[in-house]
Design a protein around this ligand. Structure first.
Ligand code: URA
Length: 246
């Protein structure tokens, strides 16, 4: 990484503001390669220079990669005039960075959403040619049967004439004692058109009642993650995603 101002490097991790950094420098609480930093505009390379803040090694990450369990009712956008966005749910330290959601889930869809400030990886993950698997848990109105599995496998044609790629439908259960009668299933698609799952079930006459994304490529939604919470990806999870797109 090219040399950057010390205050910018430290403030980018969200724990300290530039003002805090200035104060800590005055108090000789920030060391660069063992020596107290003399000014906030000192140029450093965080990958090479050893920086300590208040006696603790400062760990720098160029990009942040977060997994969120998106709740219904918030929009997958960086800003919105009317609704809360997924960024409003992040801890303050991440909101200071220029993070954005990778792709969109509908306002009423829950589940796995990747949030990052790494534009290159996001672009690759969203590139249609990469055909990343996306798996959803879905509850639909009505009864799902073998013929629907076949229709998904053969590639549905949406009401606007779009020919979907083949997709997988695995029926989990039928709730006969609910009003309306509903079915639960897992669906895997390899593309991501606007409202795709809802449109696919729509042409089969099975309105979607509930939708939750549970996997993208090898990245599974952490079952421990409460709705609305997020956590950094582990190194292994990040490697899995990067390997997927080369
Ligand atoms: N398909 C949909 O219809 N909605 C989503 O949010 C994601 C996939």
């Amino acid at each position: 990484m090219p040399n950057e101002r010390l205050d910018k490097i430290i403030a980018s991790m969200g724990e300290y503001s530039r003002k805090d950094v200035k104060k800590l420098i005055r108090e000789k609480q920030i060391l660069v390669s063992g020596k107290p930093a003399v000014s906030s505009d000192l140029k450093c390379d965080p990958d090479k220079d050893e920086i300590t803040v208040c006696g603790k090694p400062f760990s720098y990450a160029r990009f942040v990669y977060l997994m969120m369990n998106k709740p219904a009712g918030v929009v997958s956008a960086t800003r919105d005039g009317a609704d809360r966005t997924v960024l409003d749910l992040l801890p303050a330290k991440y909101r200071k960075r220029e993070v954005f959601p990778v792709g969109r889930l509908d306002k009423d869809t829950e589940g796995l959403l990747l949030i990052t400030d790494d534009g290159v990886l996001a672009h690759k993950l969203l590139a249609p040619k990469n055909h990343i698997d996306k798996e959803y848990f879905v509850r639909v109105e009505g009864r799902l049967e073998e013929e629907h599995i076949v229709a998904f496998r053969e590639g549905l044609v949406l009401s606007d004439g779009y020919q979907c790629m083949d997709a997988e439908l695995k029926i989990l259960s039928l709730n006969e004692h609910t009003e309306p009668v509903s079915s639960e299933a897992l669906v895997v698609i390899r593309e991501g058109k606007f409202h795709q799952i809802k449109k696919m079930f729509g042409v089969l006459g099975k309105p979607v009642l509930y939708l939750k994304r549970i996997r993208m490529g090898d990245l599974n939604l952490d079952r421990e993650l409460e709705c609305g919470d997020s956590r950094p990806l582990t190194e292994e999870e990040l490697k899995g995603l990067s390997d997927l797109v080369g």
